[in-house]
Design a protein around this ligand. Structure first.
Ligand code: SF4
Length: 343
């Protein structure tokens, strides 16, 4: 039976906008507005969407880097959303993060050995300095860096090597969940692939649960188990990887997938170009938040927000099109949007 490691229910994070003479609250940025998902041991859930959709805020919220507006976050069966900083401290070991920028993520005044030893000591994971050394060496092996590189400074490494050190630092705490927040976005294409492969290997070796936050669907397609698509602070579709890439059930997902390059020479695909910009999260549109850009928008979409509903196979989508007869639903009457999905 699968073991639930992280469960998020109706998570909201509204940032107040201060203004006026006395700095009073004059509105809110609805960055995350009712997001629910779960991740099991050994599973990767990718959170995807355009820049500004709220996906990184979800990552920071589950890490409790700021107070939540509302909602529940359960880590290994324990609610952490309402915990004080002191009560949360020992539990921080269980959930670690790898950020996008490996250059600013590492303290330039600490050698690699000290960077990796710090969480081991802080969380009391070794009984002696000899054990700290052994654990640091083993972490270097895990991320495929030479053990003697522990005596070097972060600036002596390339971007890809620094990201390996960031991953090793996250693993040093022996976590159950790793949040990868655009962890490969800043890297060159070839290095990107190496880091993704490393993350996959580590995940299966250590049974980690991973929340992989990315705007890059081409990467996500090769390394995830399930995908959650976010638009303007809400999840609009969640499905197992093949189901989502093979037959998206939300027009926004369909448009995102149409922009993913096909690796086969000569393969063609109709690109769906969305009109307009993402609306402001300060004043999200009424009804379906995607209606201002959706090519299939109907009268109902402007008034009524669709609920995220399961099609009976674990594939969830929030779209009124699925209330139409199947023959009239444009999403159900199309060829798979990408080459992969024909496989
Ligand atoms: Fe488009 Fe309407 Fe579906 Fe929203 S509910 S995605 S506007 S068809």
């Amino acid at each position: 039976m699968s073991q639930r490691v992280l469960e998020v229910t109706d998570l909201k994070k509204h940032f107040p906008i201060r203004g006026g003479l006395f700095g009073s609250t004059i509105g809110y940025v609805y960055a995350v507005d009712g997001v629910s998902f779960h991740i099991d041991k050994g599973e990767t859930l990718s959170l995807v969407g355009e820049s500004g959709c709220g996906k990184s805020t979800v990552g920071k919220a589950v890490l409790r880097l700021f107070p939540l507006t509302s909602g529940q976050v359960v880590l290994n069966g324990q609610r952490i959303d309402d915990m004080s900083a002191g009560a949360l401290r020992p539990l921080r070991r269980q959930i670690q993060v790898v950020f996008q920028d490996p250059f600013s993520s590492l303290n330039p005044r600490m050698k690699v050995r000290d960077i990796l030893a710090e969480p081991i000591r802080n969380f009391g994971l070794a009984r002696s300095e000899a054990e700290v050394d052994e654990k640091v060496g083993s972490l270097m092996d895990k991320v495929r860096l030479p053990r003697d590189a522990v005596n070097r400074w972060p600036h002596e490494f390339s971007g890809g090597q620094r990201q390996r050190i960031c991953i090793a630092r996250a693993l040093a705490a022996e976590p159950d969940v790793i949040v990868c927040d655009e962890a490969v976005s800043a890297l060159d294409v070839s290095v990107k692939a190496q880091i993704v492969n490393l993350l996959q290997d580590l995940q299966s070796e250590l049974g980690l649960a991973m929340l992989f936050i990315s705007h890059d669907l081409a990467i996500v397609e090769h390394m995830t188990h399930r995908v959650a698509v976010m638009y303007l602070g809400q999840i609009v579709e969640v499905a197992e990887r093949r189901a989502l890439f093979g037959a998206p059930r939300h027009p926004y997902t369909e448009a995102l997938l149409s922009a993913v390059p096909i690796p086969e020479p000569g393969a063609a695909r109709e690109r769906i170009v969305l009109q307009g910009d993402v609306p402001s999260p300060i004043k999200p549109p009424p009804g379906c938040r995607f209606h201002t850009r959706c090519p299939y928008s109907m009268e109902r979409c402007r008034k009524e927000a669709p609920r995220l509903r399961d099609d009976g196979t674990g594939h969830l989508a929030a779209c009124h099109l699925h209330d139409l007869p199947a023959a009239e639903n444009p999403l159900l009457n199309k060829a798979p949007p990408t080459a992969f999905r024909a496989a």
